[in-house]
Design a protein around this ligand. Sequence first.
Ligand SMILES: *Cc1c(COP(=O)(O)O)cnc(C)c1O
Length: 432
Amino acid sequence: MDYQRCFDDSIARLKAERRYRVFADLERDALRFPVALWRPEGQADAPREVVIWCSNDYLSMGGHPRVIQAVVDAAQRHGAGAGGTRNISGTHHPIVELEAELADLHGKQAALAFTSGWVSNLAAISTIAQLLPDCLILSDALNHNSMIEGVRRSQCERKIFDHNDMAHLEALLKQAGTGRAKLIVFESLYSMDGDIAPVREIVALAKKYNAMTYVDEVHAVGMYGARGGGICEREGVMADIDIVEGTLAKGFGTLGGYIAGNANIIDAVRSYAPSFIFTTALPPTVSAGATAAVRHLKTSSAERALHQQMAALTKHALKAAGLPVMDNDSHIVPLMVNNADLCKQASDMLLERHGIYIQPINYPTVPMGTERLRITPTPRHTQAHVADLVEALADVWTTLRLPFVEAKVVPFRPAAALEAHCVYPDMKRAAE
Ligand SMILES: *Cc1c(COP(=O)(O)O)cnc(C)c1O
């Protein structure tokens, strides 16, 4: 047995398929985000300035002065680590406060924090389904890997409904009958195409056929709804959802995941999920930073408004230049390349020639033949950043002979939010 060869071959396969992933060595600058320093491989002492256009720190809360201050204060007061699992000395006051804040955000009785959104889906879906006798899981075809892993781990029967297809979901619910335990698992906003689930219809079907609902709001919390409670808050169905899952690492700019729901459900997951029980808790620093972000976004809508503005402006500018943007109603800007090799080349050229960082999105994250550049504007991107992006992309498209589409020139009128650009007054002062 040639053990080393197995690993070498596995990597060679990925490279042959142009799916081998290279991580860019970036140094984010909290003051100047989305500007960062990039150290090209083998040139650690010659960093170059680049602009990040693919961050999931959607609202730039990771660099918000209130969040930074909360993390620094917590580190000074409580130290660096959590000290253990939640059962063994790891439950600390900042994490208790965080969970209260999250329960309130979603109008639920209780919440439970995990070390990541991925873990929270794995733990919660598998545990909840296992505790329901003969549970049938109905899972959207485009659900995130962490949800699929949770469904698999439950070992319950599962049926996949076509993406956002309510007729198909209803047929499966009807087939199962009202008597059987059923858990519908879906996302509110799908991060690769940026499309939004018909949450009102799903909730209505769940009621009609007596099913439980589990929604992943990872790409919506902080960003949608009057207080950042997500798509379900915006659509007025928060109270009809049984379990909501979210991350603290995207819209809230820090790290960790959570679920919120009825106290007995949260208590059951707390008590039965191995991926909660046997791992160290989030530290006070991260908990306090996340709490600050959640609290801030409950009362401040400036970040949300500017985020939507920048996303709309970016889409508008790319379309006007004839670049093939996939349409959707969210903040995600998918720019289609539809070829793994060219997608990687486009990404490399953007970085090396134009100082713009957009990671290529390839299989298995998206289906083969739908490779893309997934652009995520933030409130801290400026109109000048957008102009640079369009120019750079036009050059890359021309150089690689990628197809342009018919330009859509519709007048765009930036709202007031765009003019009052800086929503980080403290940060700006610090920079001057
Ligand atoms: C990123 C993501 C997760 C995982 O969240 P992390 O906090 O990054 O682990 C879960 N669900 C969806 C839909 C995601 O995109």
